[in-house]
Design a binder for this molecule. Structure first.
Ligand code: COI
Length: 350
């Protein structure tokens, strides 16, 4: 593989952006990383000015959905060095998704190098306000023009970035979905596939129209076992212990999820990864042992949950989310190098 080639942008749009008041995904930085897959090889890795990408109308991603993505955040460390959080884990998960969707694997060392080089170039776009970051969106899609059902033979892997403020500025309400499902064993629920999110859009719109923020997904057979939430994994604190659904084959293996498990254990909490049902949560609410719930994900960070319900029931969390907030502060502190990174999660981008 050749070295990453950089083409300079003629001008920057940074001056047009209020970095510390940015809504994730609305404004994009000056550059994009691109790498092409042809004839069984990844070729021509490059960083070039952000621009439209010519797309054939028969590009297979548009028809059969061979499209996967990752979410990452870059922050600035103590001395202004741009930092990435566990980029090797995103590289691994991208390849897990690629494998499930019949797409080629992307070299993991090139993934990390590309992210480091890209973020070093876009360093001035990293917001400094607490809870803000530069959101990074690595993605891969099939760009071969072909009408027919088989794995494509050409793909693009790209990275774009958008300054992002906090995803939610208040505790959120989850709609426990009992009509639509997100994933079944053997399906694509464990992959970060674009189609998983496409299938969630309509149910999420309905949940929002009922006053909720995101959908709480339940198992497809009985609508009982809790899987995950719209854009995050979920943790419950019951009787002093933390419970999060185990990686059953239907759940995205969140990188924030695995980090929060380590942080909670490090703070002395017991964390159990096991199936947890809605009935168990309702019973814990009824007997007074349900203490907290929060969602965790790259985009949301830690999202405090104030209510879970649907047309048949409501569980309110009335005592706040003190552990969730403590974990949020710890995670943010590590990402800004204000708290020691004893797990070795931070990687400099330079
Ligand atoms: C992330 O948390 O990075 C995600 O990919 C969620 C996204 C759908 C907003």
């Amino acid at each position: 593989m050749t070295a990453i080639k950089v083409t300079k942008a003629a001008h920057s749009t940074l001056g047009e952006v209020d970095l510390n008041n940015s809504v994730m995904g609305k404004k994009f930085t000056d550059y994009m990383f691109v790498c092409d897959y042809h004839e069984g090889e990844w070729k021509n890795p490059r960083i070039e000015p952000l621009q439209l990408i010519p797309t054939h109308p028969a590009a297979m991603a548009l028809h059969y959905g061979q499209a996967i993505f990752e979410g990452m955040k870059a922050t600035l460390g103590k001395d202004g060095t741009p930092l990435l959080f566990r980029p090797d884990e995103n590289a691994k998960r991208l390849n897990f998704s690629a494998d499930r969707m019949g797409m080629p694997l992307f070299p993991e060392d090139l993934f990390v190098e590309a992210l480091q080089k890209f973020v070093a170039i876009e360093k001035n776009w990293i917001p400094t306000a607490e809870g803000s970051a530069l959101y990074l969106r690595p993605f891969m899609y099939a760009d071969e023009p072909f009408i027919g059902m088989r794995a494509a033979t050409s793909y693009k892997f790209m990275v774009i970035a958008s300054p992002a403020g906090p995803f939610f500025s208040r505790p959120i309400k989850l709609y426990a979905e009992t009509k639509y499902v997100r994933a079944v064993n053997g399906g694509t629920g464990e992959a970060k596939a674009a189609g998983n999110y496409a299938a969630a859009i309509r149910p999420t719109e309905i949940a929002k129209s009922k006053g909720y923020d995101q959908v709480l997904w339940l198992d497809a057979q009985n609508f009982e076992q809790i899987q995950e939430v719209g854009t995050m994994n979920i943790f419950f604190k019951i009787g002093g212990k933390f419970i999060t659904p185990d990686l059953s084959g239907c759940i995205l293996a969140g990188i924030t999820r695995m980090s929060v498990i380590d942080l909670l254990k490090d703070k002395g909490f017991e964390v159990i990864e096991r199936p947890i049902t809605l009935t168990e949560v309702k019973q814990a609410a009824a007997n007074g042992t349900l203490e907290e719930a929060f969602g965790v994900g790259t985009a949301v960070g830690i999202a405090m949950i104030s209510e879970i319900g649907n047309d048949d029931f409501t569980i309110k969390f009335e005592h706040g989310t003190p552990t969730g907030e403590m974990i949020q502060n710890t995670l943010n502190g590590i990402k800004l190098q204000k708290i020691e990174d004893k797990f070795g999660w931070i990687v400099e981008a330079k």
